[in-house]
Ligand binder design. Structure first.
Ligand code: NAD
Length: 502
């Protein structure tokens, strides 16, 4: 289904589709769906209306051990890693095509499960995940090694080899896309993968496992273990997992590093939280565009974005004019039923996250001036909705301006000089993304050099969403990079082979 087709569907079409949707909730291990060995299940609640969507297998130790063991068998037998790169490419291209063929089903699952607008899951999440699979499929038969400079009597080869068993533990804000950023490069490189989706949004990961098998990925090579954080912990502590690729909160990331140290020193790659500064300088050429981008930077995906532009730094001279435009831009994000294709802001992922965000809003009332929003809305739906919320924050040290809220809450901070803006921007434990708006090219370069962040946007925010740019953070936003050819480095070992000629 293309974008036009998605747009041509209305709320009733999606509600009808939902009525006949069959939802799989079991784990996928060694090429087949199974219940958790313990028989335990948990309810998958839709944030749209608080209703239960399905019962999900709650995987524990026996399931983790079974998945890792079959992943290891598949790896050792070489059923996947032993294929020519162009054969792996062909299979993964089929998988991407199957995701596209099932796009409306996957988008519907994602919207029901995570509360994301269907307008986004049909145009960003699902096609983005399929594209990621296709991109790494296309890349893998072009990647080669090196012949290194060596003594005359030697030939020195530098090659990359699959690392083995990659466990991917992922969050709920972009359930399918964040998972694809891990499993696509890991599989392209020849590894076996065990994917642990978030307990808040496991449905699409479970569904695409069947599509993987249909596309020709051999049994045991791609496994999905739904369950609570405990299943992620068991993977991180497992002695036969070679690499753990994690996207999630900084606190859990720190624990995962410790688990690796307590077990087998598996490679650990972390994509963590953020509190990204979006800096509007006095010479910004187009305040209207900057205001729209600032609103989208914090309200897109209900603010459940690791790159959310949650700290808006505005020069004092333009602050009033800018805030007028920002408040208008924020109105576009009125919360609505995410199954309605005209909705641009859906539901918060679950009750706990909604209460967490409301707790920050309450704290914000004491430390800042509320400019708009601040309330739970659509209570009668049974779902979890919060208005776009903007605070004018007098002190950049305020809690709402320092801690990651992961919801639709923006802190506006005023500055007088560029140096002050850079100091405030960098005064954070995080360093995932940042942006600067200016009409001066030299200032743009100088400020972006000074910002300690993995991605810097100039005169835009959240653009360049294709696969070519490495994505990840400085400081406590993590290590390693998703996307781009650099992602392959995470899932491969470098080997030097020195051959003596005489
Ligand atoms: P989370 O850390 O609570 O959970 C992430 C995953 O880890 C889930 O699958 C969860 O079940 C699992 N988990 C929980 N406890 C665990 C433990 N002790 N050991 C192993 N696994 C465990 O994060 P979340 O609430 O799902 O997601 C929100 C966070 O993700 C935010 O901090 C956000 O910034 C971050 N995020 C970062 C990026 C990025 O690329 N940098 C992208 C998206 C989200």
């Amino acid at each position: 289904m293309d974008i036009m087709e998605a747009k041509s569907k209305d709320l009733n079409d999606w509600l009808q589709r939902r009525a006949t949707l069959r939802i799989e909730g079991r784990a996928f291990i060694d090429g087949a769906y199974r219940d958790a060995a313990s028989g335990k299940r948990f309810d998958c609640i839709s944030p749209i209306d608080g209703a239960s969507l399905a019962q999900i297998a709650e995987c524990g130790e026996a399931d983790v051990n079974a998945a890792v063991a079959c992943a290891r068998r598949a790896f050792d037998r070489g059923v996947w890693r032993g294929l020519n790169p162009r054969q792996r490419k062909a299979v993964m291209l089929r998988w991407g095509a199957l995701m596209r063929a099932h796009q409306d089903e996957l988008a519907l699952l994602e919207t029901l499960d995570a509360g994301k607008p269907i307008a986004d899951t049909t145009t960003v999440d699902v096609p983005g995940a399929a594209y990621c699979v296709e991109w790494f499929a296309e890349a893998i038969d072009k990647a080669g090694g090196e012949v290194a400079a060596a003594d005359h009597h030697l030939v020195g080869l530098v090659t990359r080899e699959a690392i083995g068993i990659v466990a991917a533990v992922v969050p709920w804000n972009f359930p399918l896309l964040m998972a694809a950023w891990k499993f696509a490069p890991a599989l392209a490189a020849g590894n076996s993968v065990v994917l642990k989706p978030s307990e808040k949004s496991p449905l699409t990961a479970i569904r695409i496992a069947q599509l993987a098998l249909e596309s020709g990925i051999p049994a045991g090579v791609f496994n999905v273990l739904p369950g609570a954080g405990e299943a992620g912990k068991l993977l991180a502590l497992h002695h036969d997992v070679d690499c753990l690729a994690f996207t999630g909160s900084t606190n859990v990331g720190k624990q995962i590093m410790q688990y690796a140290g307590q077990s087998n020193l598996k490679r650990v790659w972390l994509e963590l939280g953020g509190k990204s500064p979006n800096i509007v300088l006095a010479d910004c050429a187009d305040l209207g565009r900057a205001a729209q981008a600032a609103a989208s930077a914090i309200f897109y995906n209900m603010g459940e974005m690791c790159t959310a532009g949650s700290r808006l730094l505005v020069h004092r001279d333009i602050k009033d004019a800018f805030l007028d435009k920002l408040l208008v831009a924020a109105r576009k994000y009125s919360p609505g039923n995410p199954l309605d294709p005209t909705t641009s802001m859906g539901a918060i992922v679950d009750q706990a996250q909604m209460e967490r965000v409301l707790g920050y809003i309450d704290a914000g009332r004491d430390e800042a001036r509320l400019l708009t929003g601040g309330a739970r809305v659509k209570r009668e739906s049974g779902g979890f909705y919060i208005e776009p919320t903007i605070f004018d924050v007098p002190d950049a040290q305020a809690r709402i301006a320092r801690e990651e809220i992961f919801g639709p809450v923006l802190s506006v901070i005023t500055f007088d000089t560029i140096d002050e803006a850079i100091r405030i921007a960098n005064d954070s434990e995080y360093g995932l993304a940042a942006a600067v708006w200016t009409s001066n090219l030299t200032t743009a370069h100088e400020v972006s050099r000074a910002l300690r962040a993995g991605t810097v946007w100039v005169n835009c925010y959240d653009e360049g969403g294709d696969m070519n740019f490495p994505f990840g953070g400085y400081k406590q936003s993590g290590n390693g990079r998703d996307k781009s050819l650099h992602a392959l480095e995470k899932y491969t070992e470098l080997k030097s082979t020195l051959i003596r000629l005489r």
